[in-house]
Design a binder for this molecule. Structure first.
Ligand code: PLP
Ligand code: TYF
Length: 395
């Protein structure tokens, strides 16, 4: 039976990670996979996480199953982190299921959407994180794209985006990146969020907000401001969040799928469907990542420490953006200032396939085939080598 199978290509980003590991070039730089790195190129466990784990080791009393929704303490703290004091929370209209990573949350959301409307189309930004497309299609949904990144002017195609969103049928889903757009780094400003929210309310599509980088852009609250604005204007909303980046818990696979409904009674029904979806995929989520987040957010001391560590990551990324612009603008005759106006770990360099290949082959610099770079992979030690290499392939 298995002999009929045909081999499939690996995820290009994860493939790049493997190729980088095998490269013996001593100057090699990994700007591929979206993982935060410190000045030494490491992705260390956060101190707040270590402390929470030590606490858990001492205080965990059982390995019995947690429920379908996972750790309820985690779920309510994540709702607050996403929505603040939003009236949807005060009105008890939000339900959350802990999920295995933001990816798990997205897959749960996809199956939830199928239960609501199996004929729904999910509209995603051009371009978007490649997994968005494969994940929704795997759940049997149709995926279409709406204009987003302006490759030519390194900004947003906002007018074109608005025109397309106005045509989206009621009952469809529009996926929005809350902050730190993957792969372009281009985010909507609050005025633009407001316009999108008005269209959503007017047209009647359901927004799905993917928030995988809360705290990596401008700050925890600022990065959720667009999402909260949307929740002000629409009655129904799906949120898929991830603790992979902001808590550095990548391999623990911890995220959440939150559903905001029109009323508390509908929220209960939506919750029963959400939990049924969870049961049909993995029954119950793993406990460890949620327990760490719950412990950190339940302690003033650990929360303060985590805020410090998150700010350090964010400040480093934003500092690197300036450093990269200065270096590239000095070494090349192109203007890379746009990198300073983008957020999170990613930006497109805007170079072509051949130049990307040369960076990898001749210089051991690994960037994604779309020319997406992970800014966090740059350091004071390699910025010179990087900018000179980019200048060389641009000649
Ligand atoms: N959504 C976006 C836009 C991402 O870039 C990622 C990846 O890191 C995720 C969701 C999911 O992340 P994870 O499954 O590692 O929590
Ligand atoms: O875009 C990225 O690099 C991150 C990490 O299959 C990632 O979102 C990449 C590919 C993948 C899972 C996570």
């Amino acid at each position: 039976m298995f002999s009929i199978l045909k081999p499939l290509p690996t995820d290009p980003i994860l493939g790049l990670m493997a190729a980088y590991r095998q490269d013996t070039n001593p100057n090699k730089i990994d700007l591929g996979v979206g993982v935060y790195k410190d000045e030494l190129g490491n992705t260390p466990v956060l101190k707040a996480v270590k402390k929470a784990e030590a606490f858990r080791l001492e205080n965990e009393t059982s390995k019995s199953y947690i429920g379908l929704a996972g750790d309820l303490g985690f779920c309510s703290k994540i709702e607050q982190q996403l929505l603040g004091e939003h009236r949807a929370l005060l009105a008890n209209r939000v339900r959350t299921a802990q999920a295995p990573g933001g990816t798990g949350a997205l897959r749960v959301a996809a199956e939830f959407i199928v239960r609501c409307n199996p004929n729904a189309t999910v509209w995603v930004t051009t371009p978007t994180w490649a997994n968005h497309i494969s994940l929704f299609e795997a759940a049997g949904l149709t995926v279409k794209e709406y204009p987003y990144y302006d490759y030519e002017n390194k900004g947003l195609l906002f007018d074109e985006m608005v025109e397309t969103l106005k045509q989206v049928p009621k009952g469809d889903i529009v996926l929005l990146h809350a902050c730190c757009h993957n792969p372009s780094g281009m985010d909507l400003n609050l005025e633009q969020w407001e316009i999108v929210a008005d269209i959503a309310a007017d047209v009647g599509f359901t927004p799905l907000v993917d928030i995988a980088y809360q705290g990596f852009g401008t700050g925890l609250d600022d990065d959720a401001a667009g999402l909260r604005l949307l929740a002000d204007k629409v009655d129904e909303l799906i949120i898929c969040s991830s603790c992979s980046k902001n808590f550095g818990l990548y391999r623990e696979r911890i995220g959440a799928c939150s559903i905001i409904s029109d009323t508390s009674a509908v929220a209960d029904i939506a919750n029963s469907v959400l939990l049924s979806v969870v049961r049909s995929i993995y029954s119950m989520p793993p406990a460890h990542g949620a327990a760490i987040v719950d412990t950190i957010l339940g302690s003033n001391e650990l929360t303060a420490l985590w805020h410090e560590e998150l700010a350090e990551m964010r400040d480093r990324i934003n500092g690197l953006r300036s450093l990269i612009v200065d270096a590239l603008n000095t070494e090349t005759d192109q203007d890379f200032s746009f990198i300073k106006h983008q957020h999170g770990m990613f930006s497109f360099l805007g170079i072509n396939k051949e130049q990307i290949e040369r960076l990898q082959k001749e210089f051991g610099i690994y960037i994604v085939g779309s020319s997406r770079v992970n800014v966090a992979g740059i350091s004071k030690a390699n910025i010179d080598y990087f900018s000179k290499a980019v200048a060389e392939v641009l000649k």
